[in-house]
Ligand binder design. Structure first.
Ligand code: SAH
Ligand code: SF4
Ligand code: F3S
Length: 488
């Protein structure tokens, strides 16, 4: 029987045997795919379109910008429509509901493809690093043309080209290329940014922390820091291109630089980034509390460019649960750290992530979380119901908390978080602050929307020529989670 899938390069080693190195090897495939697609477009008598749907975090969003850069460079034009000629889902698997959304929408994509048989459907991202997901797609979603993972996104042109070759044979096959892990970082590929004035910049890939509930280390591999020269080169290029705000990205940016040939701390990297002219605002995501150093707090307190915002995931306020979660800090250590940061950077906005219903969480443990929430007064908190992830240590722990108990705790936590945010978010009212103007206001014509250094949203009268500019506004009124302002 003819195989219905083609599995290529199951490990990174098999590409290492190739005669030319990346990214030159990909330049060759980009050229090849460009020719193939140009012939295809001529045959159809119209340009080819592509659409990328991103699920998940900033890391995925940045990956999607790279994937779009490659698709545009080989001849696709971006569209929002899922009726495009090439549709790519960049998936997330951090919680089960992220997976369910993908399966739900895939069914609909299959129906579109029936109407437009030359459409190509591709799946990538964290979900695809799970073998059982790939099996399910192979058996239940035959119409998918291409599946790849998180470690080889740089190969997209090559993979598209392979798919086009298999189409020539007039047989439908799913091309699958998943790597278990990689030590490779491929630089200098095309990128198509979503915003002209702000950009994410990867500094470290992967995660070594293995928090017991979390699937990310299994799907994103071990920590790999980019070389500082590459990061600084990219930031300089972005500045020259008109970018004024950057967000340095990593699952745990505070681990940056440990494995470099010449080790360097994240705080040292920040000092270097800060020297780059044209960059006015620097953000970073995410900081693990166990690794947040005094050196970093000092750099933040001295810097004119680092934004007054820190996302510091708490996960739980109970030291016992934190131990079970393998977070490696206690409630007291977290509280001390939060105090230290608030004292060093006045007016800083602290935001967090909290999981409710981790296995074995008692009412007492939950009350410890509520206590931290009240004491720290987070500007906002992302609250999540614990989701069992196959293969993680927490999935096989006993004492999974009943659903109704979790739901009740979740509602209580959300209420508390929201009432604290409403109370403290307006603290800068009646002052002049700088905003970065981001977009036109969706609801009120003649109004623009921007963000303060501490990430709070501000609406004010203006016009689209202001987009991408930093300007001063007077905060007239606090609306709880955002301000109404006027330019000064
Ligand atoms: N690297 C980041 C987090 C990435 S995942 C960090 O360490 O902070 C984003 C958030 O998803 C986590 O902070 C956590 O709160 C939540 N999360 C991760 N796994 C989860 C799970 N199994 N169930 C519910 N929430 C989870
Ligand atoms: Fe997941 Fe923990 Fe790594 Fe964050 S630090 S990605 S929560 S394992
Ligand atoms: Fe999701 Fe992967 Fe990010 S699992 S949260 S997209 S690293």
């Amino acid at each position: 029987m003819e195989p219905t899938t083609i599995t290529i390069n199951g490990t990174p080693e098999s590409t290492a045997a190739a005669p030319i190195q990346e990214p030159q090897r990909q330049q060759y495939y980009m050229e090849k795919a460009r020719k193939q697609l140009s012939a295809f477009s001529t045959a159809l008598g119209r340009p080819l379109t592509c659409c990328i749907n991103t699920f998940g975090c900033q890391m995925n969003a940045r990956d999607s910008e790279k994937l779009l850069g490659i698709l545009e460079s080989i001849g696709y034009q971006a569209t929002d429509s899922e009726h495009a000629d090439f549709v790519l889902y960049n998936t997330c698997t951090v919680r089960e509901n992220a997976n369910q959304r993908v399966y739900g929408r895939l069914g609909q994509l299959g129906a579109y493809k029936k109407k437009n048989p030359h459409m190509m459907i591709a799946l990538c991202g964290c979900m695809m690093q799970e073998p059982e997901v790939v099996e399910r797609i192979k058996t239940s979603y035959h119409f998918v043309d291409l599946i790849f993972g998180t470690h080889n996104i740089f190969k997209l042109a090559e993979l598209v080209s392979t798919c086009l070759d298999t189409r020539q044979e007039k047989k439908h096959r799913t091309v699958i290329d998943i790597w278990k892990d990689t030590d490779k970082i491929v630089e200098d590929l095309p990128v198509e940014r979503k915003y002209p004035f702000k950009s994410g910049v990867n500094v470290i890939f992967g995660c070594n922390n293995f928090c017991s509930y979390c699937i990310v280390p299994y799907v994103r591999g071990r920590e790999r820091s980019r070389r500082p020269e590459e990061i600084l080169k990219e930031v300089k290029r972005l500045a020259a291109d008109g970018v004024v705000e950057i967000m340095l990205l990593g699952q745990n940016v505070n681990s940056y630089g440990k494995n470099l040939e010449e080790p360097m701390t994240f705080a040292q990297l920040l000092r270097e980034v800060e020297k780059i002219d044209g960059i006015e605002r620097i953000r970073f995501m995410t900081s693990h509390p166990k690794d947040l150093s005094d050196e970093l707090i000092e750099v933040m307190s001295q810097s004119k460019k680092i934004c007054r915002h820190l996302h510091l995931p708490l996960q739980s306020g109970s030291s016992r649960i934190l131990k079970e979660m393998n977070r490696r800090y206690t409630k007291e250590q977290y509280l001390t750290l939060a105090e230290k940061i608030k004292a060093a950077v006045p007016g800083i906005s602290l935001t967090t992530d909290i999981i409710v219903g981790f296995p074995g969480e008692t009412e007492e443990d939950f009350l410890e979380t509520m206590d931290v929430v009240r004491r720290v007064e987070f500007d906002s908190a992302f609250t999540f119901i614990y989701s069992k992830r196959t293969g993680t240590p927490a999935a096989s722990m006993e004492n999974q908390v009943p659903e109704d108990v979790v739901k009740e705790r979740f509602d209580r936590l959300l209420n508390e978080v929201q009432s604290i945010s409403a109370k403290i978010c307006g603290r800068d009212v009646h002052t002049v602050q700088q905003v970065l103007v981001e977009e036109e206001n969706d609801h009120t014509p003649g109004y623009m929307t921007g963000r303060l250094s501490n990430n709070t949203v501000v609406h004010f009268p203006g016009d689209p020529s202001m987009i991408g500019k930093l300007m001063d506004v007077y905060l007239e009124e606090s609306k709880g989670f955002y301000y109404m302002a006027r330019p000064v």
